[in-house]
Design a protein. Structure first.
Length: 107
């Protein structure tokens, strides 16, 4: 996987916010209009739009027009990318822990 540091940063910054994670979760199972999503949160329509813009910039959701509405759909492939990145970090740390265990066992 050849992602730039900026792309990785965008994914994890987008997922760092609870509202954005919830929007992704909701739109992975069923697409929703921005209005539908805005009604679910205690914030303005504009604030929800900003969250969606961040998610879209990270590739975690896509927008498309359906009639007069802008529909939001979660992108499972982007979440698989995030999972792959996390798995790579886990392997790095597990290797470090295993080496530390080996050093401690030798003492």
């Amino acid at each position: 996987m050849d992602l730039s540091n900026d792309e990785v940063d965008r994914i994890f910054r987008a997922l760092a916010d609870a509202t954005r994670r919830d929007i992704v979760r909701r739109t992975l199972t069923e697409e929703a209009s921005i209005s539908d999503l805005a009604h679910r949160y205690d914030m303005s329509f504009a604030a929800v739009q900003k969250h969606i813009t961040v998610l879209e910039g990270a590739g975690l959701v896509t927008k498309h027009r359906k009639g007069r509405e802008r529909r939001i759909r979660g992108n499972p492939e982007a979440l698989r990318t995030a999972q792959t990145l996390l798995n790579a970090y886990e392997r790095i740390w597990q290797g470090r822990i295993d080496r530390l265990d080996a050093v401690l066992a030798d003492n």
